[in-house]
Structure formats: structure tokens, C-alpha cells
Design a protein around this ligand. Structure first.
Ligand code: IMP
Length: 210
């Protein structure tokens, strides 16, 4: 049986970009979202080998520590020609200074080394795994992706992370050139384009009530 989220929910992320997106997505459901940072919760080590495993580790750790239902996302960019890299290491490729220009440059160098210059050779997808965990260890989890190609040079200054290099299929602007509503807003205001928006729709179907 799926369990519904009601009342207070901890958002188990210390990433301000993701926190802002999740707050916007949860707002219509009347959920009182508090962040792991606000509650001073420790960040667990992400020792999983999949997005789903890491989302589960973060959600369970926050639910147990806060004694509240907790929501976590693990996400990243998987590049086809690089066998899915950087994948679960997407944040780590930017290093401690969170230098995503350096991370995008590293990907571009690897693509060039492989002669991947045509859009068809530059396919990539963002993945979002979402998990809600309760203090009694009940979990609900979903996963979704958005397909696209990598452009060079990166375009646009909106969004975060790898957004400026990612051109979603069927669109002419990168995520870095889209407003947050276009990127992850849900219909009728947005297109529900992003991996997180799509995963959120799946989660809402099983865990949220308006
Ligand atoms: P996590 O915090 O371990 O899930 O790290 C995910 C990393 O993947 C982020 O730091 C970004 O580098 C990248 N990423 C995930 N989602 C997005 C997105 O929507 N746009 C751009 N980069 C993203």
C-alpha cells in the first residue's frame, strides 16, 4: 500500500538549487517543507552505486534523525558516449569548489577525444530518483529521466550544475536558457520537462493529495 504525505516534510538536501525547485513543486499540496539545513541534520555519506540507492540513504537518514517523513532526491547527468559518466558522481566532478564550468569542460574534452562532434553522438540524460522515507522505515520511491544532447559552448546562466550544456530533445534552448518555470514547472504553467518534474509527477500520483 502506498502511503500519503501529510503535514510536515523534511527536504533532505543541502543543495539550494534543488531545495528551491522542490519547494516550488510541493507548494500546491499544502506541505510544510523544512530543509535538512534548517534542522541542522548531518549529511550521510552517499555510498550507494545507483541514484535510487543514494536517494534512499539520504531520505532514511533524515527521517530517522528528524522523526518526520523526509524526502530526498539523487540526480545527475549520464552521458551516453561516456558509458553513463559522470552519473552518480555528477556533483563530485565539479570538485569541492563546485566548479561546473570545469566539469562541463572535462566532459567536452572526453567527447572530443572520442570524436563525438555530431549531436547524434552527444546524447545524454538527466536522471532523478526520489525517495520519501518515514521514521518507521517505510519508503516510497520513483525515478524519471529527460533525454537531450550536450552543446558546446554552454549556453545561458539560469538553473544550476550542467544546465547550460544540456539541450532537451525537441527544444532549441538549453536548460541554462530556460526559466525555472519552463524547466521544471508543471502544467498549466510549465511543461514538466525536467527529470525532477517528471519524477515528482510520479511521486505525486502515489503520495500526495491536493
Ligand atoms: P546530488 O546532490 O548527489 O544528487 O548531485 C546531483 C548533481 O547532478 C548536481 O550537483 C548537478 O551537478 C547535477 N544535476 C542534477 N540535476 C541537475 C539539473 O537539473 N541541472 C543541472 N545539473 C543537475
Amino acid at each position: 500500500m502506498h502511503r500519503k504525505i501529510t503535514g510536515r516534510l523534511v527536504i533532505a538536501t543541502h543543495n539550494p538549487g534543488k531545495l528551491a525547485e522542490m519547494r516550488e513543486l510541493l507548494a500546491p499540496y499544502g506541505i510544510d517543507a523544512v530543509s535538512a539545513g534548517d534542522l541542522d541534520l548531518p549529511e550521510p555519506e552517499e555510498t550507494g552505486t545507483t541514484f535510487a540507492a543514494n536517494a534512499r540513504i539520504k531520505a532514511l537518514a533524515a527521517a530517522r534523525a528528524a522523526k518526520l517523513p523526509a524526502f530526498a532526491d539523487d540526480s545527475g547527468l549520464a552521458v551516453d558516449a561516456l558509458a553513463g559518466q559522470p552519473g552518480i558522481l555528477s556533483a563530485r566532478w565539479a570538485g569541492p569548489s563546485k566548479d561546473f564550468n570545469a566539469a562541463m569542460t572535462r566532459i567536452e574534452r572526453l567527447l572530443q577525444e572520442r570524436g563525438a562532434t555530431e549531436p547524434a553522438q552527444r546524447g545524454a540524460h538527466f536522471v532523478s530518483a526520489l525517495c520519501v522515507a518515514w521514521p518507521d522505515d517505510h519508503i516510497e520511491e520513483v525515478e524519471a529521466k529527460v533525454d537531450g544532447t550536450l552543446v558546446w559552448p554552454p549556453r545561458g546562466s539560469a538553473g544550476f550544475g550542467y544546465d547550460p550544456a544540456f539541450l532537451p530533445n525537441g527544444h532549441e534552448r538549453t536548460f541554462g536558457e530556460m526559466t525555472s518555470i519552463e524547466k521544471h514547472g508543471l502544467p498549466p504553467h510549465g511543461l514538466g520537462l525536467s527529470h525532477r518534474a517528471k519524477a515528482f509527477v510520479k511521486l505525486a500520483e502515489i503520495c500526495l493529495e491536493r
